[in-house]
Design a protein around this ligand. Structure first.
Ligand SMILES: [Zn+2]
Length: 400
């Protein structure tokens, strides 16, 4: 079973330079290959295979000798990442891969030959051993190691290990819970619990606004501007730390208390047409929340199910399945004209989501009573999903 660990790194000034060079080389190679992929796509309608991208490296290294500043396996991993990004795009799981900017988060991935030696993370190549603040023991075989630098300047390492244990067979019996994403609350469960949105943005919004205004007043290219930029980035990091903490605690609570966890698949990517809703979803970290529910459920041998939102979860009475014609968003509770049940709009929807998954589990098929689809994401996807991309809280990341 794969597990992810995330720790803070403290490179020396020399190591920071070596890392900056590696980040730069990998970013350049990504952008170079991406451009080539785009040209190829325009000409042939196809992408470039991983082998073809990797095959560019020897001649590029001759042409651009500085490219050897990066560890060669890190460059090869860029080719793997890019071909995976294209595969996800062709399979309609993601948008087109984007060019990487030197102003964003930087990262490199080592596929092997990384070790932890005492308080140090030993990397192959020129970087060497970096002081690494570990608050837990890493158990298992290293799969990939990603070094990143956030826009606030802090360095982190994300280590994916295989702990050698088999993934427990998921239980499909026991307490099931349906979870609905709310507009007034973060989420609503079929038990009738409503969880408030994390109030991180309110608390930090003022501070962020002040720092952003201060940044706007600074002259372009000045040292003061660079400093103000770091301060803005620091507030952003703080906000995502608080949000992540909230999501970890809530997902842990839900997984502990239930055997079957059902969420609706919002197909967030298809919903961007409604910009307000899409923004609300990405702001509250709904996708990240589902990822956490999924891997925590898998780790504890529980079942995580996504129900496609084809069926009208809000408009169907969860008691008699009578469907009302319309239910405007501002109506928070209603009475079923057929069975006279008084419904809370959101709790009713959550119950429908749970029931839909239970019907599917009982039928043992992916065809559903309401014509929806269900996906029980495969175990193979855990590796990618477990990679903590955001600013992590190292204490809670592996515990969950
Ligand atoms: Zn009814």
């Amino acid at each position: 079973m794969y597990r992810a660990y995330k720790f803070r790194l403290y490179p020396t000034p020399e190591q920071q330079i070596a890392l900056a060079k590696s980040f730069g080389c990998c970013r350049w190679f990504w952008n170079y290959s991406l451009n080539l992929c785009q040209e190829t796509y325009k000409a042939t309608g196809k992408g470039l295979a991983r082998g073809a991208i990797q095959g560019l490296l020897p001649s590029l290294k001759k042409e651009y000798p500085w490219l050897t500043d990066a560890y060669s396996q890190c460059l090869q991993y860029v080719a793997l990442n890019l071909s995976t990004a294209y595969k996800n795009f062709f399979d309609k799981r993601a948008g087109l891969p984007k060019f990487k900017s030197k102003h964003g988060r930087q990262s490199i991935t080592y596929p092997q030959k990384v070790k932890l030696e005492g308080d140090y993370l030993k990397l192959p190549g020129k970087v060497g051993s970096i002081y690494c603040q570990q608050d837990r023991e890493v158990v298992g075989q290293f799969i990939t190691t990603t070094i990143s630098q956030n826009t606030d300047g802090k360095y982190y390492v994300s280590i994916i290990v295989d702990d050698g244990k088999a993934t427990p067979e998921p239980i499909t019996k026991g307490k099931a819970v349906g979870i609905d994403l709310g507009l007034t609350h973060f989420c609503i469960t079929s038990d009738g619990s409503k969880f408030d949105k994390p109030r991180h943005t309110e608390g930090h919004a003022k501070n962020l606004k002040k720092k952003q205004q201060s940044l706007a007043r600074k002259q372009k290219g000045s040292n003061k501007r660079a400093k103000a930029k770091r301060l803005v980035a620091r507030v952003h990091s703080k906000i995502s730390l608080v949000r992540e903490d909230f999501l970890h605690k809530l997902s842990r609570k839900i997984v502990n208390e239930n055997q079957v966890i059902v969420v609706e698949n919002l197909a967030v990517k298809n919903m961007v047409k409604n910009h307000n809703l899409a923004k609300a979803i990405s702001d509250c970290g709904w996708g990240q929340f589902c990822t956490m529910l999924k891997y925590k459920a898998e780790w504890s041998g529980k079942t995580y199910i996504e129900v496609d939102r084809f069926f009208a979860s809000s408009k169907t009475c969860s008691v008699c399945l009578h469907k009302v014609d319309s239910l405007p968003l501002d109506i928070r509770s209603w009475i079923c004209t057929h069975c006279q049940t008084h419904h809370d709009r959101d709790i009713n929807a959550a119950i429908n989501i749970r029931n839909e998954a239970l019907r599917i589990l009982a039928l043992g098929t992916s065809a559903t009573a309401n014509g929806g689809n269900v996906s029980q994401p495969g175990k193979a996807s855990v590796l990618l999903d477990a990679v903590p991309d955001e600013v992590g809280n190292p204490i809670r990341l592996a515990v969950g």
